[in-house]
Design a protein around this ligand. Structure first.
Ligand SMILES: [Zn+2]
Length: 103
């Protein structure tokens, strides 16, 4: 596996016991990576979650994140959806998937 072209960016604020960066927005606790995603890319559609490609939960580097479903569908269906959404995310950045992340 190749490494990312960009390094992980550790959330400078509070990190919870599960290892996720946390921010407080208007009195509500929010996952830092979701917050960063919403700021840079807009709101996350219901039923979708942000996955860390780098498996570093405290990381808030937008290039290390992808939108994925939490659906209990068959693994194959989930992978297909994941791929499409990932491609969409990269398209929205105006770059090819290979520019940012090589599995
Ligand atoms: Zn990362």
């Amino acid at each position: 596996m190749k490494y990312f072209k960009t390094k992980c960016v550790k959330w400078p604020g509070y990190i919870d016991k599960a290892g996720y960066g946390k921010a407080t927005v208007r009195g509500k606790s929010k996952s830092a990576h979701r917050l960063i995603w919403e700021i840079l890319k807009g709101s996350i559609p219901p039923g979708l979650v942000i996955d860390h490609l780098c498996f570093n939960r405290a990381c808030v580097n937008i290039r290390h994140m992808e939108v994925t479903t939490i659906s209990k569908n068959s693994e194959r269906g989930q992978v297909r959806v994941k791929k499409n959404i990932r491609q969409m995310a990269y398209n929205s950045l105006g770059r090819k998937q290979s520019d940012a992340f090589v599995p």
